[in-house]
Design a protein around this ligand. Structure first.
Ligand SMILES: [Zn+2]
Length: 415
């Protein structure tokens, strides 16, 4: 891809994309990894752009397929399997409840990117005949432990017969797809007329609108707002049955129309304006967080204190990248999850420790709670330990709070 020519929009194909913000060194994979793998995870610039024609927010100059593929085939192996740990079970149940209102409990279901097959097993228990595909090691868990038929492959054209399914499911997948409109075409082909498309994906209105540091991923090429998602799905010949903001996701259920001729994209200037505005909000929030966190790091160091990150996941990796921090700024990373302890974040040479590390802190030390969705829960957990360090949360703004406070928003701001 030439740096001189603007990238074509991944959704509408127009050449009218504009860079909105860049993070210079975002690790290709943001989750904690084994220490010997960390050096293999490259740090690459990430640029979020908007399309002036359809309003779609997307990654510009995404790394080529061969660079990204190991994330799916290898690194996703470090993801939590719901079948084994129960983590993610609540989210799967929420999505099942959403679907169940409109989708019959019989017929054939296909899930692409089904990981360990947990959601398929729920559909199977409900009475559906199920199959899936996923290139990650999760596929092996599905067959072995849940008795669900999953092919360990990327989804592609011709993999399943046309019109064979009553339900096509993609959870946390659509945002990863390079050719988003083409993917909807494949979903449409796999379904019989009247069959249902069910999508679960990150809610860009929420993540970007709240300035969440862990919003951007090299493997996510699209950042769908509700309005852009609706337009794209309708354009592919579906009728939207339900579309809702649920927790931190968008849940969509659409019915395949008898005629699947792709309609001309309807351009709504209001959608375009909304996309650019959302990008501007995110850019401004990111700049504010960067300034506040860097000031906090410098101030802590000048005071003779130590700085710790609480939470060793994508939010901490993103914080480190977005704020340009290094191991010289961060003295320790702690996490409650035993599966993260002993690992490292791909961009921080600090071994992830158990939270007991914080018990020896002093009032000069600072602990940053890096989480977003689980900020309150993490704060409550910290409150149950007797730590002397100051506690700082990032949302809705960078500020000092009381550990154990019921609501971060009720605490006083430090600046
Ligand atoms: Zn576009």
């Amino acid at each position: 891809m030439s740096a001189a020519a603007p990238q074509h929009c991944l959704l509408c194909g127009s050449g009218q994309t504009t860079p909105e913000l860049t993070i210079p060194g975002l690790p290709l994979f943001l989750h904690a990894v084994e220490p010997d793998v960390a050096a293999e995870v490259p740090r690459l610039p990430f640029t979020l752009g908007s399309c002036a024609t359809c309003g779609h927010l997307q990654q510009l100059d995404a790394p080529p397929e061969e660079v990204v593929a190991p994330i799916y085939t290898r690194l996703f192996g470090s993801y939590q399997s719901t079948a084994r740990t129960g983590i993610g079970g609540l989210r799967a149940q929420r999505f099942l409840d959403f679907l169940s209102a409109a989708v019959p409990g019989t017929g054939r279901a296909l899930e692409v990117g089904c990981f360990d097959g947990w959601f398929l097993s729920l559909l199977q228990q409900r009475g559906m005949e199920v199959v899936g595909c996923d290139p990650s090691p999760g596929a092996d868990i599905a067959a072995r432990e849940l008795g669900v038929e999953v092919r360990r492959e990327f989804f592609r054209r011709g993999m399943y017969p046309d019109g064979a399914f009553d339900l096509f499911v993609a959870r946390q997948v659509f945002e990863h797809v390079q050719d988003a409109q083409g993917f909807l075409g494949l979903a449409s082909s796999a379904l019989r007329a009247g069959g249902h498309l069910a999508l679960e994906l990150p809610d860009a209105d929420l993540w970007l609108g709240q300035g969440v540091l862990g919003s951007l991923f090299h493997e996510h090429v699209s950042y769908f707002t509700e309005r852009v998602l609706r337009t794209a799905v309708e354009r592919a010949g579906f009728q939207v049955v339900m579309l809702r903001h649920e927790h931190t996701d968008l849940f969509l259920l659409a019915r395949r129309q008898a005629s699947t001729a792709v309609e001309k994209l309807f351009i709504d200037p209001e959608i375009v304006r909304h996309g650019r505005e959302l990008a501007a909000i995110y850019r401004s929030r990111l700049a504010g967080q960067r300034k506040a966190v860097r000031r906090l790091a410098a101030g802590t160091r000048a005071n003779g204190g130590h700085l710790y990150l609480y939470g060793a996941g994508v939010h901490s990796s993103s914080l480190v990248a977005a704020c340009g921090l290094t191991a010289a700024d961060i003295d320790g990373v702690v996490d409650d999850g035993p599966q993260s302890q002993g690992k490292v974040l791909p961009n921080l040479e600090r071994t992830i420790a158990e939270p007991g590390l914080l018990d020896g802190t002093t009032p000069r030390d600072v602990v940053i709670v890096s989480g977003f969705s689980f900020q309150e829960e993490m704060l409550a957990r910290l409150g149950r330990r007797s730590i002397a360090a100051q506690v700082v949360t990032l949302y809705p703004a960078v500020r000092r709070v009381e550990a154990g406070a019921v609501s971060a928003s009720s605490s006083s701001a430090t600046r």
